[in-house]
Design a protein around this ligand. Structure first.
Ligand code: LMR
Length: 330
């Protein structure tokens, strides 16, 4: 090869290499932040989503999961999402009241009789319509994810509403949950999930409400001697992203992400159902906390005390939505 030919070949190789780096853009980074442990329905769902995306969109999108409030607590994550600092999260439905009133429906006490009713409602027309309730705020609800029914834990046994009187309960940032505890003369305090264990351990608060998997994975049962199986409300999630991020993606990428997310949610939901049983059993086996079962008459007292909260919030959440939720119990 003469010198000219050699340098021409070298030039071609360089140009090809430069071209290749130009077309091969860095993958889109998708940060998924949440507040719970990894061994929970939400933790497992996020991992499944990350893995499916790695398999199907390698080089195009990379999902990074931040559990345990490592990146943002639930009270900050939506603001951060609108600023582009995080792209996906799944806060509980109780944490959206600054953005929409309609999702407060899910906090109404004794609204759904079990998780099957919650599922029927969420997959039905009213539940699906509510996914779009954040649109005006620049957020998109991509799907619901289950955790489960909430139980009441405390330093003292809670059998009737009178037992809750004067006690301090940590609640999520929800006015409905505030009204729920005020209805039994409790003292509700809105606090981030990341602070609950310490608040309980130091006895700064007397009790809290949560699902079996959260009580187990965050060790609340180790610092709460009594858990009443009240099933008085639901703790589910809305998987959200920002409109700006989501609509900025190529259509084929968006559609692959949607598919992966739906599969990850189905995976998380199956784990939620199993964990509600397993984690309750693990708590019972630990001997650290006594699980109290209510008689029908005791449970009815909680229903009678808390249900007036529905009327208090009917105009905000919509009577038609309440009716649709009640109908899902059949
Ligand atoms: C809570 O704050 O108690 C829950 O929303 C935590 C969670 O995300 O399950």
């Amino acid at each position: 090869m003469n010198l000219l030919k050699k340098s021409l070949t070298a030039l071609t190789i360089c140009a090809a290499a430069a071209g290749a780096t130009l077309v091969q853009a860095a993958p889109v980074e998708l940060k998924f932040a949440h507040v719970v442990a990894e061994n929970t329905p939400k933790g497992q769902m996020a991992i499944k989503f990350r893995d499916l995306v790695a398999e199907r969109l390698a080089g195009k999108v990379e999902v990074k999961v931040f559990p345990n409030s490592q990146l943002f607590g639930d009270n900050k994550v939506l603001e951060a999402m609108l600023l582009g600092d995080v792209q996906m999260a799944a806060p509980s439905l109780s944490k959206f009241q600054k953005y929409t009133k309609s999702l407060q429906l899910f906090d109404l006490p004794f609204l759904f009789k079990d998780m099957a009713a919650v599922e029927r409602f969420q997959s039905g027309p009213t539940g699906q319509e509510m996914l779009g309730s954040l649109k005006k705020k620049g957020l998109i609800g991509l799907g619901y994810l289950h955790n489960g029914m909430k139980q009441l834990s405390a330093n003292d046994p809670l059998r009737t509403p009178a037992d809750a009187s004067g006690k301090k309960f940590r609640i999520m940032t929800s006015d409905v949950l505030q009204a729920q505890f005020e209805a039994v003369k409790g003292v509700p305090l809105k606090k981030p999930f990341s602070e609950v264990f310490t608040l309980l351990q130091t006895k700064a608060i007397d009790g809290q409400e949560n699902t079996w998997s959260n009580i187990y994975s965050k060790k609340f049962f180790e610092v709460q001697p009594y858990i009443t199986e009240s099933n008085h409300g639901v703790l589910d999630y809305l998987v959200v992203t920002s409109t700006e991020f989501w609509m900025g993606l190529d259509e084929d990428v968006r559609s692959e992400l949607s598919k992966a997310l739906n599969e990850a949610i189905a995976h998380g939901n199956a784990i939620a159902a199993q964990k509600a049983e397993d984690d309750k059993q693990a708590i019972a086996d630990s001997g650290r906390s006594e699980i109290l079962m209510l008689t029908d008459a005791e449970r009815q007292q909680w229903v009678d005390a808390m249900k007036p909260v529905w009327a208090q919030f009917a105009s905000e959440v919509g009577q038609k939505n309440i009716d649709a939720a009640v109908a899902s119990n059949k």
